[in-house]
Design a protein around this ligand. Structure first.
Ligand code: HEC
Length: 137
């Protein structure tokens, strides 16, 4: 299932890249298409849900990283910090305009960070929601 959904993500991305829109919009649209493919009732990504995903404390992941804000910080426009003290550039698009433009990088970090925080991979809807939130930031 994971493999299939990842395939659908890449397939959707390939179709949309042909349209030559901005890479970040393509990535967001591909997550939305993947979410829709998995749930006919899906009605679009939500920055509000994305903010909740980002700020809520979750159970199931690692004890020292219960939230996305554990590393990325409460302020999306400020630098974050990993548990070992490595600085992370801000995640808000307004101050980090080159972010979320490389689909492979985005996928790699969603996979890794969702496991750390939630103890599982994020769904396409969750990824789309989180990106939608960061685009508003
Ligand atoms: C344990 C620390 C940590 C936690 C917790 C964490 N992240 Fe990250 N995240 C990082 C690091 C380190 C990077 C890579 C460095 C960078 O992009 O500046 C990163 C990068 C990312 C990227 C890629 C950004 C890009 O430019 O393409 C996404 C997407 C992301 N994180 C989403 C999340 C989400 C969603 C959560 C919560 C479910 C989360 N992160 C929680 C450390 C963390």
């Amino acid at each position: 299932m994971q493999t299939l959904s990842r395939f659908m993500f890449l397939a959707a991305l390939t179709v949309m890249s042909v349209a030559q829109a901005a890479p970040r919009d393509d990535i967001l649209a591909a997550y939305a298409a993947q979410a829709k493919a998995g749930d006919a009732a899906f009605a679009g990504v939500s920055a509000v849900r994305g903010e909740a995903l980002h700020r809520d404390r979750h159970a199931g992941g690692k004890a020292d990283s219960p939230s996305c804000t554990s590393c990325h910080g409460e302020n999306t426009r400020a630098a974050g910090r990993t548990p070992v003290g490595k600085t992370i550039d801000p995640v808000a698009v307004s101050v980090a305009p080159t972010r979320y433009t490389d689909a492979a990088k985005v996928e790699k970090w969603f996979r890794r960070n969702c496991r750390e925080v939630l103890g599982r991979e994020c769904s396409a809807r969750e990824k789309g929601d989180w990106l939608a939130f960061m685009i508003t930031q």
